[in-house]
Structure formats: C-alpha cells, structure tokens
Design a protein around this ligand. Structure first.
Ligand code: NAP
Length: 264
C-alpha cells in the first residue's frame, strides 16, 4: 500500500498532540510546518523530523490545519495556490465552518474537533465532511488510530467544541481548584497535588458504557455522609448553573468565531 502523506501545519498544542499520536502509525509520511524557529527546533530535537517554516507545494495527501482561527485567512490567502485540489483539507480549527473553507478552496474538507488526548491515542474525534465515504481511508487508517471517531451534523460543532474540544480544560480546572482547597485547608501543595493526580489517573477505571455519571456519584456517597455534605454545598451554590453557563459561553464563543471567519 502506498503511504499517505500527512502535512501538519502549526506545531503548537494540538499540532504536537497530532504528531505524538501519529508518530508510530505505519503507512504514513509526516511533513511538518511551523513559522516559529524555536518550535521547529524543539520538534526536531524530540521527534527527529525537521519541520519547514512554510509550505512550498503539496500535491498529495492530507493537510491538517493546526493554526489559530485568527491565522486562517492569511493561511488560505498565502497557500491556496500551493495545495492541489486533490489534497484533503482536515480542519480542527474552532469555529471554522466547511462553507468558509469552500469559499477559499474547492478541495474535499473534513472538519474535526479533537482534544489533546489524541496525543495519547485516547481522543474523541467528532467529524463532518463535504464528501461521501472515507477519502484516502483517512478516517480508518489515521483518525481511528488517535481515538474514537463519530460523525455529527455541523450545527452541533459549537456545542461539541465546548464539551469535547475544550473538555480537558474543565477537568484540569476542577482538579486545580481541588488542589487549592486541599492546600488552603491544611495540606502542603505537593501532597494536595499528588492526591488529586492519583485520583484523576485512577478515575477512568470506573467509567463504563453501561453506567451513568449519576450512578457513579451515588456509588461514592452514602446517606448523611461526607460526600453528601459536599454535594449539598455544591447544589446550594448552583454548581449545575455554573457549569451550564460555562458550556453555553464557550459554545457562543465558537459561534461568534464562525461568524467572524465567514464575514472576513
Ligand atoms: N489546543 C486544543 O486543545 C485544541 C482542541 C481542538 C481544536 N483546537 C484548534 O487547533 C488550532 C491550534 O490550536 P493550538 O492550541 O495548537 O494553537 P497554538 O498552540 O497557538 O499553535 C499554533 C502554531 O501554529 C503556528 N502557525 C500559525 N500560522 C502558521 C502558518 N501559516 N504556518 C505554519 N505555522 C503557523 C503558530 O505560530 P505563531 O505563534 O507564530 O502564530 C503556533 O506555533 C486552533 O485553531 C484551535 O481552535 C485546539
């Protein structure tokens, strides 16, 4: 089988997660790009692949766009003539709609919204495309190596971006607040951090398809116990509303970015 060329443009948080997750995948050739010399040097040191500062010409394979929404218009203006119409454009860019990419290029477009867990091949990758089938068998041979994939309507992407794309941040922020509470209430920072890190590392073992998160909460709490006292305090302080508002604000931000990108 001929190897598929994968071009990762932008080697920041997400681009390097792709690189980490794809580094040992067979049957692909990786090509890397970042405009920052310091980033290119550190990637070269870690992965022994020399990234280029910009695209010269891409005739085959897949371009994965790992750059910020604010760099997107410039990217297309500078690169659309360097990328052949046969190349698949794969975009994880928050808020960047397929129709906006189509206004620049006539290529096949796969929009995805992964999170950083793809770096450990444990991501969740929602996708939607402007074509039928699995072009270059990219989904089967590449995306599925990085985690679980599922197709969604594009209308759902702002909410999916808030829940899944930003998802790790919600858990890390909660963990960070738990560490702070432990410290404020008497533990050393190191001990508090160690307790929460061990907790987070162990949690996935209890998560299963056939048990809801509510059921898992019920397994931990007992009537009139310590957990229930804390949960009551969360309820009284409208924890549900706080989370709902954060997800709603993140969703709105994604919609706002889409509007800005499509009107530029
Ligand atoms: N981070 C996440 O968890 C996550 C999750 C889902 C989706 N996303 C999406 O992924 C994209 C990247 O996010 P990120 O957090 O990885 O951003 P980031 O850490 O800022 O990385 C972007 C990198 O791309 C470089 N770059 C910008 N324009 C370039 C170009 N034309 N050619 C080559 N390199 C270029 C940037 O350099 P400069 O600093 O010089 O611009 C930077 O090193 C965003 O659109 C975001 O919405 C991120």
């Amino acid at each position: 089988m001929e190897k598929l060329d994968i071009h990762i443009v932008g080697l920041g948080n997400l681009g390097s997660a792709f690189l980490k997750g794809l580094n040992n995948v067979e049957d692909i050739n990786l090509f890397l790009y970042d405009d920052l010399e310091s980033v290119r040097n550190s990637v070269n040191n870690e992965f022994s692949i020399i990234p280029k500062d910009s695209i010269i010409s891409i005739q085959n394979g897949v371009v994965i766009l790992c750059i910020k929404p604010q760099n997107i218009n410039n990217f297309f203006a500078n690169n659309k003539n360097k990328i052949s119409p046969d190349v698949l454009i794969c975009s994880p860019v928050a808020g960047l709609e397929i129709k906006t990419i189509e206004s620049f290029m006539g290529n096949k477009v796969l929009r995805i919204m992964p999170n950083l867990l793809i770096g450990n091949n444990k991501g969740f990758i929602p996708y939607v495309s402007n074509y039928d089938g699995d072009y270059f068998t990219f989904n089967e041979n590449v995306l599925e190596k990085l985690g679980v994939t599922k197709e969604f309507d594009e209308d759902m992407f702002p909410l999916i971006t808030a829940l899944s794309g930003s998802g790790p941040a919600w858990y890390y922020e909660l963990s960070s607040q738990l560490v702070n509470s432990g410290q404020e209430l008497g533990l050393s920072l190191d001990d508090s951090e160690m307790i929460i890190k061990e907790l987070i590392k162990a949690l996935p073992a209890l998560v299963a398809e056939d048990i809801s998160f509510k059921d898992l909460v019920n397994k931990v709490k007992s009537p009139n116990g310590t957990t229930e006292a804390g949960l009551n305090s969360l309820n009284n302080d409208s924890f549900d509303r706080i989370i709902h508002d954060a997800i709603q604000k993140a969703t709105h931000k994604s919609t706002e970015i889409s509007r800005e990108l499509s009107s530029e």
